[in-house]
Design a protein around this ligand. Sequence first.
Ligand code: UD1
Length: 426
Amino acid sequence: MSAIPERATGEIHIRGGVRLQGKVKVQGSKNAALPILAATILVEGESCLKDCPKISDVYRMLRLLQSLGGHVRWEGEGVCVSTGSITTQDMPEDAITGMRSSLCLLGALLAKCGSIVMEYPGGCVIGERPINLHLQALEQMGVHFCEEEDRICGQAPEGLHGADISLALPSVGATENIILAAVTARGRTRISGAAREPEVEALCRYLNACGARIDGIGSSRLEIQGVRLLHGACYRIPADRIVAGTYLYAALGTRGCILLEQAPCRHMQAVIRMAERMGAICQETGEGLYVQSLGELISPGVIRTGGYPGFPTDMQSVALAVCTMAQGETRIEERIFENRFRVADPLRQMGADIQQLDSHSLLVCGNSLLRGQRVEACELRGGAALVVAGLLAEGETIVTGCEFIERGYGNICKDLRELGARIYSV
Ligand code: UD1
């Protein structure tokens, strides 16, 4: 297989009404893999990342690393990367603007090269997604940014130095960028108000395996002592808690009974507790997460998203899809991103009763009977929510815009077929 395969994009066809049953292995985490791949820029020698998800965002990031002179080789479910000697900063523009997490190259490239010129990153259309916190923190570490219309230009002529950084918001991306900038900077960096997401923890653990000195992992106060050199390491990308949560809610919605092999239960507590309130029995076993529906689907009343360990914003759309069929009303409060309710429209097309209360909240009147329709995905998690809605609906649902879903799910159709769903992509 070539290092970076081309992916076909198209439609997903689903015949709803099948109870999910069986077991499926949960893929590696997208949001853990991407910053870790960016981190390989800082590392001398090869790193082997096991269970790296085969998703389009990863292929894009690998293409960016190759364009910088890096070497990439797949070995079964893992990818081996050596990016240490960067020859150019000439990265393909479409790979940057197509993916929000190309932003983590900012911290890594500044640390490695002392300068950066890159297009503004893209990503899902789920809000304004400013990058002020990233830039302010890097400025504190010695970077001078100059304003250009659609490019980020930064220079640290004397290299990066440690700083005491207090984040006004626990931004995941900003925390990761600061970590990437700090691990080889001169002196000590302290971050207060850091994001505590498991993917930040994974980045820290990988970097420490490479010789970095990061303390306070998993907490909102990180302390990083810069080191001169990082060496390659083998690291297993943790399983994806959002993919696991998607299949958990699909099983709940179809009144199914499934085993999610290797599900990262420790990091899914808010999602598991919510599923239990809605009528699931969830049991954490040595093999993963066992989920059984009790038959009735009950509204949890309110779902309020929040930073980890709160209910993840990336699960909000999938939960919304399931709530449309639950008994009772559910208020959905999105507290991380604005504009994250775009999936409400196609769900209404399928028969859901959803009212927008204000820019951050929806009221879902349950008990709807969803009907299969042709609907369009316009972002990653909303797209997955439409697939779940299709599993719950009567008749055939066709989801278009599948390239968004492929950004984060290696093969959602195959996974769901393993659970008995009638689903295929064309
Ligand atoms: C990451 C995840 C994304 C997830 C999100 C929240 C990756 C690749 N993406 O996105 O899947 O939905 O965390 O868990 O890991 N903000 C600012 N200024 C900044 C940066 C952020 O105001 O400089 C705001 C954002 O607009 C948003 C909030 O902070 O309202 C959280 O964003 P952030 O945690 O940075 O999300 P991402 O890192 O982009």
